[in-house]
Ligand binder design. Structure first.
Ligand SMILES: [Zn+2]
Length: 269
């Protein structure tokens, strides 16, 4: 799947989940909390592809998401890719093939998802608002890059960086400070998980079972069979899948916001 589809799926899942909690579990969030969770989940849904690096010294290549903050994120992607490759070789069994890059390995596993979600929560608990503002800055940048890819491409990474810094600062100024922020960790974790599911419906698949060894393989790639797998960039992805996810996101957002708007105008439902 391409960047925009990943980001969109993250946003749709978070909005739909927030709507379901609101409707059936009486769990209500402020519009700002919903917006923050949605942006962070969309960014989280791109995070695993930060393992696709390019040529840092020449400022070329890499996943779209690796170019969010220019050469800085490209460098981070290089580090993530090398760590992933290191973990691959450290845990590989005899039937796992040789690899020369770490893309779609460590960052596309369940333990990584849990670690990132837990790590984010721990950072927010330990450093409070300052951790929140840093994480928001990073995740909103990824989300902008993914959701508005054409705009981001034209605007360039400096504008994207400034826009995410502005959004993070606004949130910082408006969030209450005297509490933990478990929802942010959850949003990052859910985003990563949605990314893995998105890659699973493509042909290449993901090592979703790691670290469970199967037939002398630790890194078994699990994906859909060729016949029904989603081809990256195909009409099914770019038109059908994105339209469906946009519809889910919009309906959930309307469902969340409409009651309070109606209440404001004293309309009972
Ligand atoms: Zn991926």
């Amino acid at each position: 799947m391409m960047g925009p589809s990943h980001a969109l799926s993250g946003a749709a899942v978070w909005l739909a989940g927030s709507w379901a909690l609101d409707q059936f579990a009486d769990y209500h969030q402020t519009p700002l909390a919903v917006a923050v969770g949605t942006a962070v989940c969309a960014g989280g849904a791109l995070f695993p592809d930060l393992d696709l690096s390019g040529k840092v010294t020449r400022n070329q290549g890499g996943a779209t998401v690796a170019r969010t903050f220019g050469v800085f994120s490209l460098f981070l992607a290089e580090v993530m890719e090398k760590i992933s490759l290191g973990v691959y070789y450290a845990t590989k069994l005899s039937k796992d093939p040789k690899r020369n890059n770490g893309h779609r390995t460590l960052t596309h596993t369940i333990p990584f998802t849990v670690l990132v979600g837990w790590g984010t929560t721990a950072l927010c608990a330990a450093y409070g608002k300052w951790a929140v503002v840093g994480i928001l800055f990073f995740m909103i940048g990824l989300a902008l890059r993914g959701l508005f890819d054409r705009w981001a491409e034209r605007a360039g990474w400096v504008i994207v960086t400034l826009a995410s810094a502005g959004a993070a600062w606004y949130t910082f100024a408006n969030l209450p400070g005297d509490r933990g922020y478990p929802m942010i960790g959850l949003a990052v974790g859910v985003g990563c998980f949605v990314h893995i599911l998105g890659d699973m419906i493509t042909r290449a698949g993901v090592p979703i079972l790691w670290p469970i060894p199967i037939k002398r393989r630790m890194w078994m790639m699990i994906g859909l069979p060729n016949k029904i797998a989603l081809r990256t960039g195909s009409k099914a992805e770019v038109v059908v899948l994105r339209a469906a996810m946009t519809a889910v996101a919009v309906l959930a957002a309307v469902g969340l916001v409409a009651p309070s708007v109606l209440r404001k105008f004293n309309i009972d439902i």
